[in-house]
Design a protein around this ligand. Structure first.
Ligand code: FES
Ligand code: FES
Length: 160
């Protein structure tokens, strides 16, 4: 079967790649584009380890066809640090030890960034609800939730 040619933007950079019609966006990121930060935990939309944004909407890249990236803007964990500086969420996850094995971490960070872009002052309940689709087998979630809440506070203070 002929490969599909896809033109898209990934982390602000225009990119083109070839893929099979059945390839997922996660396949394309990891195999064609060498962006391996997005992880495959389940390949069925249940764990959130593959979270990316598509035109600022949080999606599971394992549930999206690579061909659907045509003409759209993708952001991945690789685009989170800017100008050689970690995003405040990344710094806080490290500071709070909000990760252990790290398999869920890129998805947690991408999802948390999407939450704070939408709601800069979330309650603990809102953070837990938003991250309910991101599973972590290691941390027990409390450190992750605390890291997101503290980052939100610090980002609001820095914006004043
Ligand atoms: S790998 Fe996509 S949701 Fe689990
Ligand atoms: S740190 Fe291991 S799954 Fe979350």
């Amino acid at each position: 079967m002929a490969k599909l040619h896809v033109s898209t933007t990934v982390n602000g950079e225009p990119l083109e790649f070839l893929c099979e019609p059945h390839d997922t966006m996660l396949d394309a990121l990891r195999n064609q584009l060498a962006l391996t930060g997005s992880k495959e935990g389940c390949a069925s939309g249940d764990c959130g380890a593959c979270s990316i944004t598509l035109d600022d909407r949080l999606v599971c890249s394992c549930l999206m066809l690579a061909a659907e990236a045509e003409g759209h803007e993708i952001r991945t964990i690789e685009g989170m640090a800017r100008g050689g500086r970690l995003h405040p969420l990344q710094e806080k996850f490290l500071e709070q030890a909000a990760l252990q094995c790290g398999i869920c971490t890129s998805g947690m960070l991408v999802a948390s960034e999407a939450l704070l872009a939408k709601n800069p002052d979330p309650s603990e309940e809102e953070v837990r609800f938003w991250l309910a689709g991101n599973l972590c087998r290691c941390t027990g979630y409390d450190k992750i939730v605390r890291a997101v809440l503290e980052t939100a506070t610090e980002m609001r203070e820095a914006a004043q």
